[in-house]
Design a protein around this ligand. Structure first.
Ligand code: DX5
Ligand code: ZN
Length: 218
């Protein structure tokens, strides 16, 4: 069974605390938190103060996805705010090795992400230092988009390289996951899947979370 990580981006921003408590109560273990800087992607969300505000009310793993041009400048703040996993993009302007080292120095798990047009090989120079891999299945920037299924093929490439090095790094996919494609994504090898709209947008979120989890069981 894959780990389904609801994305805070699709929560009701007028009631963040209640939304986080509710989504944790349906059995969520990992909360995906999208940080957008208006440069790396054409959208803005929230900053590390949001992570800090939510940290005391939740025991979920905070999986923080930095869609930022210069994540290096903000890693310490996101770490101190209470992130557990911090993911940066291969396509950003910061030095990726420095980002990963700093995330580790802060005592956090380091993740690296590839956008749809980036080849999975872009991850390879860093694999030995990573605890998390994020494969985008939509162009980052907005929730509620349709999955680009071809992106799922990257998972096998990444897993083969990891296996050849004796590494076991969880691969998460992000974008457009729903009840009709979750099984295909699981079959492609996704260990974790972000689900924004499919969970927060559902009338019965507990049922939606359960359905996605169950359908991902191979
Ligand atoms: C998109 C974000 C995603 C988004 C996914 O740029 O990185 O995490 O919240 O939302 P859905 O599941 O609605 O596509
Ligand atoms: Zn994301």
């Amino acid at each position: 069974m894959a780990i389904i990580a609801p994305s805070l981006l699709s929560a009701d921003f007028t009631r963040m605390g209640e939304e986080v408590r509710e989504i944790e109560s349906v059995g969520t273990k990992v909360l995906h938190i999208d940080i957008m800087d208006g440069h790396f992607v054409p959208n803005l969300t929230f900053g590390y103060t949001m992570v800090k505000a939510l940290r005391p009310i939740s025991g979920m793993v905070f999986d923080v996805h930095l869609m930022m041009t210069n994540p290096l400048e903000y890693i310490e703040n996101f770490a101190k705010a209470g992130s557990d996993v911090i993911t940066v993009h291969t396509e950003c302007d910061s030095d990726l090795g420095q980002c990963i080292d700093l995330i580790h120095q802060c005592g956090k798990k380091a993740g690296l992400s590839v956008k749809p047009k980036t080849s999975p090989e872009a991850l390879f120079p860093y694999l030995d230092k990573l605890e998390h891999i994020l494969v985008m299945t939509v162009e980052p920037g907005f929730g509620g988009q349709s999955m680009m299924p071809d992106c799922l093929d990257k998972i096998a490439v990444i897993k083969a390289e990891c296996a050849s090095r004796g590494l076991q790094i969880p691969v998460m996919i992000d974008g457009g996951v729903n009840a009709s494609n979750v099984r295909r994504a699981a079959e492609a090898g996704a260990d974790m899947m972000v689900a924004g709209n499919a969970v927060f947008g559902a009338t019965d979120r507990a049922a939606a979370f359960r359905e996605l989890s169950e359908r991902s069981e191979l």
